[in-house]
Design a protein around this ligand. Structure first.
Ligand code: GRG
Length: 308
């Protein structure tokens, strides 16, 4: 692994305790996810879905959704079904991304990938099951939410997953494998879809559930697009600077799969600096909300200082 001496940035000097905030929210999300998907029949498919859904992970997407809804004065309970759905969609994308036909990975979140345990056929179906269930779960469990908001949320989720989001980004990513002429613009288009679209959906859904105005939604989108790209840049950096143990998945995969990455284009230091600038711009979008924006601002900072 490449050793670097990257200094963490400190954007806000508030006393906001992000560590405790993330821990508390993560625990709530874990409980809600566990309750969201009881074992049904056929048991095998529910077990495969639960295996990946409850395998841990940072739970960043649901937390972003909850934090955004709360920024606008909405309660956690209102946003939790959508928060869970976002994690179901994210987990589906990880299961499919790890398949032999895609990135072909053996480890994810510190354990064997879904297809390594259940076989490729069941892993594909477990992803499909989680994707469908995400929409069902929002529609059936969003209590005390005005129907137009639920419809908007479902639309945002669908758009983030489809050919203009995760699916499109993955197709472009596969097309670029092994090519040496990938520019930063192409790479950014890929990641705005593959990684950014779902992160933006988390913030937009939280905003919609919190009754965001068009101005709020526009600020939140810019915030989310910035942190989405920063997240991917740091993901690429960690692929070369962190160990497999730290990441819970195979480190150095981008090099062995001959992927275009930001460190390859810009080097590690410049990649880190660009990610930090994106985060600063994201944080600036939320200054109008004052102290209420501290969780989202701190999450943005965490994205560039995280170690996995
Ligand atoms: C089948 C509808 C359908 C879509 C799937 C496979 C695919 C299309 C898209 C791939 C999307 C993907 C896996 C993008 C990578 C995003 C990324 C950087 C994931 C890592 O997220 P973390 O670090 O992981 O938040 P944890 O484990 O912490 O949740």
């Amino acid at each position: 692994m490449v050793q670097t001496d990257l200094k963490p940035i400190i954007i806000s000097d508030s006393n906001f305790d992000l560590k405790t905030y993330l821990k508390t929210k993560k625990e709530l999300v874990e409980k809600a996810l566990d309750e969201s998907l009881p074992i049904g029949k056929p048991e095998k498919i529910y077990e495969a879905m639960r295996y990946s859904l409850l395998a841990g992970g940072k739970r960043l997407r649901p937390i972003l959704c909850l934090a955004t809804a709360e920024l606008l004065g909405e309660t956690e309970n209102t946003a939790m079904p959508t928060a869970c759905a976002l994690e179901m969609i994210h987990t589906m994308s990880l299961i499919h991304d790890d398949l032999p036909a895609m990135d072909n990975d053996d480890y994810r979140r510190g354990r064997l990938t879904n297809h390594k345990v259940y076989g490729e056929d069941i892993a594909i179906l477990a992803g499909d099951g989680l994707l469908a269930y995400a929409f069902e779960y929002v529609a059936e469990n969003s209590k005390n939410v005005p129907a137009p908001r639920i419809v908007k949320v479902l639309g945002i989720l669908g758009k983030a997953v489809g050919a203009n989001g995760l699916v499109g980004g993955q197709v472009m990513d596969l097309d670029c494998e092994g090519k040496s002429d990938i520019t930063a613009e192409i790479l950014t288009t890929i990641h705005r879809n593959k990684t950014g679209a779902l992160l933006e959906a988390c913030v937009s859904c939280g905003g919609v559930l919190g009754g965001a105005s068009p101005e709020d939604l526009s600020r939140l989108s810019i915030y989310a697009q910035n942190i989405g790209l920063a997240f991917q840049i740091i993901d690429d950096v960690l692929d070369v600077t962190a160990t497999s143990e730290e990441l819970g998945k195979t480190a150095g995969k981008d090099i062995s799969a001959q992927k275009a990455t930001y460190p390859k284009l810009w080097g590690i230091e410049t990649s880190q600096e660009k990610a930090e600038q994106l985060v600063k711009d994201a944080v600036a979008q939320l200054t109008v909300y004052g102290e209420k924006a501290l969780p989202l601002q701190a999450i943005a900072e965490y994205i560039v200082t995280r170690k996995n």
